[in-house]
Design a protein around this ligand. Structure first.
Ligand code: IPD
Ligand code: CA
Ligand code: CA
Length: 261
């Protein structure tokens, strides 16, 4: 873990290069990649290969079609929060998870703007800059602050999404939208927020954050109560555990048990 942390922190100089953040290519609706994203990916890729030659490498800005999910796989989001990065919103993270035979076992999420580094290994607890972290004590939605994701690349989901978000908002103290799924999971892990919901996230958005949140005592599932996929997109509900049933119930109101989102 120590050598991994040192390596990830080295991405700071790439992440904070404002010129590269403005070197933008359009991938799809509201979906961009910058030279920072590709720069961090291509910085980490050969170094991880040298340190861990047997571990496969999945990353957002490359072709992942030959990855064998039964083996060990690094899952990297070189920048989670690219739209924030482009707008100089200063809320983006480097997210690196390790999945072994479909099970997430290690996660590192690094915020280069604050130098906050969240990390966890399965069974060993979760940490923020070497301090142990735990989820909040909030035990009801009315005492909770919930972060929501808008699934910005799937505007066709907006009606359904915003119906759910409205219900969450009415039930909770308030909602937040930070623009980085990895940070939402880590903020739930350290108790700054109490839960998080977003549909159609990709494995690199959550592979690292899931380990960190679970090791901090929280709960992460799909909206239908299953394990998120590390090969395909998943609809994610995350919480401190204590409000999970209530939050998930609010999300699933009106859905058949076997026909959830
Ligand atoms: C996005 C961010 C955002 C979330 C999107 C993600 P990207 O990741 O996590 O908060 O709403 O669903 O795709 O594209 O910036 O890596
Ligand atoms: Ca992402
Ligand atoms: Ca990304």
């Amino acid at each position: 873990m120590e050598e991994l942390i040192e390596l990830i922190k080295e991405t700071k100089r790439i992440a904070l290069d404002s010129g590269s953040a403005q070197d933008i290519t359009i991938k799809g609706t509201a979906d961009f990649v910058t030279k920072v994203d590709t720069g961090i990916q291509e910085f980490l890729r050969p170094r991880l290969k040298t340190l861990y030659p047997d571990i496969q490498f999945m990353s957002e800005e490359k072709d992942n079609s030959t990855i064998d999910p039964r083996g060990k796989v690094w899952i990297l989001d070189p920048i989670d929060g690219t739209t924030n990065l482009i707008h100089d919103y200063k809320m983006s993270a480097v997210s690196l998870g390790l999945v072994e035979n479909g099970e997430p076992v290690l996660g590192v999420v690094y915020d280069p703007f604050t130098d906050e580094l969240f990390c966890a290994e399965k069974g060993k607890g979760a940490f923020l800059n070497s301090e142990r972290i735990h989820v909040s004590d909030a035990d009801s939605m009315e005492r909770s602050l919930i972060s929501i994701g808008t699934s910005p690349y799937y505007k066709e989901l907006a009606d359904e999404n915003f119906d759910i978000i409205k219900r969450i908002f009415i039930s909770a103290e308030d909602i937040r939208r930070c623009g980085s799924a990895a940070m939402d999971l880590c903020y739930t892990a350290c108790g700054r927020i109490d839960g998080y919901f977003e549909r159609r996230l990709k494995p690199w958005d959550y592979a690292a954050g899931i380990v960190i949140l679970r090791e901090a005592g929280g709960c992460v599932m799909t909206v239908s109560g299953g394990e998120p996929s590390y090969s395909f997109p998943s609809d994610i509900v995350a919480s401190n555990g204590k409000i999970h049933e209530e939050l998930n119930g609010i999300i699933n109101i009106g859905k058949q048990v076997d026909n959830k989102l």
